[in-house]
Design a protein around this ligand. Sequence first.
Ligand code: SF4
Ligand code: SF4
Ligand code: FES
Length: 477
Amino acid sequence: MPEIFINGQAVQAEADQSVLQAALANGFFIPYFCWHPSLSIAGNCRICVVQPEGKNWVEIACNMPATDGTRVLTDSDLVREHRKATLQFILLNHPVDCGICDKAGECTLQDYHYDYNGERSISIDAKVKSTKFVELSRRIVLDNERCILCTRCVRFTREISKSKALGIKERGDTSLVRAAEDASFDADPYSDNVVDICPVGALLSRSFLHKARVWYLKPTPSVCPGCARGCTVDIWHRKPEWRLNALDPKQNESIARVTPRENPAVNGPWICNKGRDLAQIFERARATAPMLKGKPVPLQVAAAAAVRLIRDAKQPAALVSNWGSNEELAAFKKALGARMTAFVKPDHLPQPGERLDDDLLIRADKNPNMAGARALFGDAPVRFAEGTDLVLVWGEGVNFTALPRGAKVIFLNAYLQPENGHADVFFPITVQTERNGHFTNFQGVVSRFERCFTRQEPVVDAEALFAALADPAGGRA
Ligand code: SF4
Ligand code: SF4
Ligand code: FES
């Protein structure tokens, strides 16, 4: 293990680490723009300079191997002078439009300017104008005036998503990031990661564009249900102390954006675009009323009817949801598992045009908890026994015409769908953003998701409902 000295202090570096990596791992902060732990080293931004001890020059720490005996200073007068000059250079043509930039509050250029420069531009020349709001794809726009040409986005499409969809054309202060003309950036299902890794506000997500200042939002840890990978994510939504009373109050209870929650065991620092679009899944029109044969009734009436159907059935079966959490699945098993023959069914199948799977993250099973559900209920294919007279259907993905003829149906679903009204008893249930729980991904890794929004009565938690349906007194959901 090489021993290096940072500001005179001995530090044990890992083999193959750079001085920048060893410094960060041991609590010495060195600023960086172009370096990213998952990408190759470009060494073009020059903000990470350190001074070799006893020398009168600086070198970039991101490309300096941490070899035994290396001695560097990270905060000398020379280093500070160079960082300041680098920031003056980067800001020569960068517009000062933080007031309208989506990255404000999360921008490393903004932070480093105040930490290491803090002075007005020394340039007396007008800033070079460049192209703004260039459509790189249907999802992402680019402001070239803000781009600092760190090439992180270009390297991402070459090294991680492999679409090779971005490149840089021209030279010097006319250099421009551009998308390949074959629209491959549109076809890259991981494209939105470049918005996260752009150190400035040059790459902007159209779905989040000018939607909210990030300091009005808070992240809640969650798990993407889009496939069996179960990527850990942050769901960003309005902070309670910044609730809107005017404008559109729906924004208080809606998803503003989704970003990866870094997790080396599952998804590293990335997610796919489907994970960014969780609002399209969770914010579909919701079912809000319990029903008997399509007629809205109070929750207690529906629960009592379901209890009677379960009590009177001779051959009851259940199709359990693999969008249910481990806790909900266990609650079902405890309450009704001995009473019903249960099969696990997929709630979602791949959509036309959706990438089935790949070597990075995306899995062919488009459900989050097949592993958790199968651990409790096995993997037998759905086969109803002769004489099945009741089916409890939990979640989406069931063709009602394929259910046994004449069987009664109890249906639990979160969304407004025509089948809701066909069930003998219908219960509107919560979506993932309204409850806490865990999913088990295809590798057996268990990840937790937390509640972001409040449940609106009479929408019911499936976990509580199952306990109530096992109650011979008539059900108190
Ligand atoms: S758009 Fe952002 S990530 Fe891409 S080169 Fe410019 S500053 Fe770097
Ligand atoms: S790879 Fe799967 S779990 Fe991960 S973000 Fe995409 S759809 Fe969601
Ligand atoms: S981070 Fe080292 S040169 Fe950019």
